[in-house]
Design a protein around this ligand. Structure first.
Ligand code: 4NP
Length: 150
């Protein structure tokens, strides 16, 4: 059983989309979850704009609830994907050892290797930011899913 965790700041915009998209591409032999480096939105539904774009693309993400990333996640999960460099830094600061650090990757490096790009935070932006983020994450998750099937 491979366990994959998607992480952003609030766990209401980007990582819930990444969770829903990747889960839709993998069998139930995989566990996909998401969390936020910040806990302000813990217990909340994904942002309504994420719910809306997911629905438009055929995914229901309304069973998800936000939660805060914890050090326990390093032992729970095999792979941890950060949405941006700030998330990456915050996650790595909590890593208990080198093995834990090796589990953490920037998600956009899956489609732009070694470029260390950020998935832009759409929270304060216009609605089309959510569609752009969705499409980026969809491409990344295609690559991740293909790797998992090998
Ligand atoms: P996310 O977006 O990290 O993609 O979930 C954000 C959601 C909420 C906040 C920031 C980013 N916030 O400051 O409350």
């Amino acid at each position: 059983m491979t366990k994959i965790l998607m992480v952003c700041l609030g766990n209401i915009c980007r990582s819930p989309l990444a969770e829903g998209i990747l889960r839709s591409k993998l069998s139930d032999k995989f566990i996909v979850d998401s969390a936020g480096t910040g806990g302000w939105h813990a217990g909340e539904l994904p942002d309504k704009r994420s719910i809306e774009i997911a629905k438009k693309k055929g995914l229901d993400i309304t069973s998800q609830r936000a939660r805060k990333f914890t050090t326990k996640d390093f032992s729970e999960f095999d792979l941890i994907y950060a949405m941006d460099n700030s998330n990456l830094k915050d996650i790595l600061q909590l890593a208990p050892n080198e093995n834990a650090k090796k589990k953490v990757h920037l998600i956009l490096n899956e489609i732009h290797p070694n470029e260390n790009k950020d998935v832009p935070d759409p929270y304060y932006g216009l609605n089309d930011g959510f569609e752009k983020v969705y499409n980026m994450l969809d491409e990344c998750c295609d690559v991740i899913a293909k790797k998992m099937m090998i």
